[in-house]
Design a protein around this ligand. Sequence first.
Ligand code: 25A
Ligand code: L14
Length: 352
Amino acid sequence: MSGLRVAVAGATGAVGREMLSILAERNFPAAEVVPLASERSEGKSISYAGGEIRVKRLGHDSFEGVDLALFSAGAARSLEFAPSAVKAGAVVVDNSSAYRMDPEVPLVVPEVNAGVLASHKGIIANPNCSTIQMVVVLKPIHERVGIRRVVVSTYQAVSGAGQSAVDELRGHVEAAGSAPVSAAGSASASGGPSGAGEAAQLIAFNCLPQIDVFLDEGDTKEERKMVNETRKILGVPDLPVSATCVRVPVYNAHSESVNVETERPLSPGEARELLAAAAGIEVIDDPARLAYPTALFASGHDPVYVGRIRRDSSVTNALNIWIVSDNLRKGAALNAVQIAETLIEMNLLRAA
Ligand code: 25A
Ligand code: L14
């Protein structure tokens, strides 16, 4: 069998490594996988499908003969190199925020809006992880009863900020094992240890109400992304969405508390049935057995897990929902590979 030539830009990062393992695990029709990263990683071996492949340096000339390029090396690298990949004839699935709000670029979660892939012009954007797991749940509710407003608070794992942030949390936890960490003494005068440049305070044993940079109105960029991307994916440009994004000392998998106000009533029982039947969702919701999804449970798995579905009686039609998913998988690498699989099914990417 021939198969596709697939490049992974940022292959040595937290998301890039996950992309390689998901491609192998799902038997993606790849004849060859080319791992690309910075000069730091050039020449290193990286495991893929039980073997080892050699990392090459990402450059403008990396994409000759490449059919599909998965990018996860940050927005700056996507802006610089994705156009070269498209020029060379590749279809790009970009995991960064670089092109998401570009009206020419489809922003896709296959369970929600696969149809918009038909209009792609070479680049397809993979949404923000927190947005993906929320819209998978919002879509069936919106179709059934119409969504009037969404209020979400996130509990985001450090893996979202990359491998270095995971290493940093591990370092803090290990340091605390040998010497007590005091709340007052932990963050240094210079601002303390930092994650991917955004966390000026200790993340271990703490919750930081800041993900990405602050914007003019006091929102963070992560909060703004959740609002704008949710509207674009659901195709409701003026949908009222309010987000608060919080980093918590969890290694992997994001959790979210979501309040959904709807046009028409939807009982918790009906919502459970509706969501259990929806693609990509698993409902775990049995308070009598203390059954609800958690980050530790979701990490390493594909579904978007939903639980704690209950009525919010403070308004006429509203539900509270707890949503958990692996941010490196459905929130990033898995969704990107599913986009590629959907492109093949829709004959939008040269079939293998
Ligand atoms: O630059 P930005 O816009 O701030 O974005 C980069 C950040 O975004 C993360 C990414 O995670 C990084 O923290 N990221 C991107 N998309 C994401 C998403 N959807 C996302 N996080 C969550 N969800 P990362 O650090 O795990 O991965 C970075 C990958 O990008 C490659 N890369 C970086 N610069 C590059 C480049 N590739 C090509 N050209 C460039 N100029 C990077 O490759 C990695 O694959 P690498 O070779 O630089 O990384 C090798 C190892 O080195 C570690 N590392 C990272 N930073 C440093 C470092 N080591 C030493 N010093 C550093 N400053 C990495 O953890 C990796 O293991
Ligand atoms: O926009 O740090 O895809 O948890 C994904 C990871 C934003 C930040 C994105 C995190 C990034 C987020």
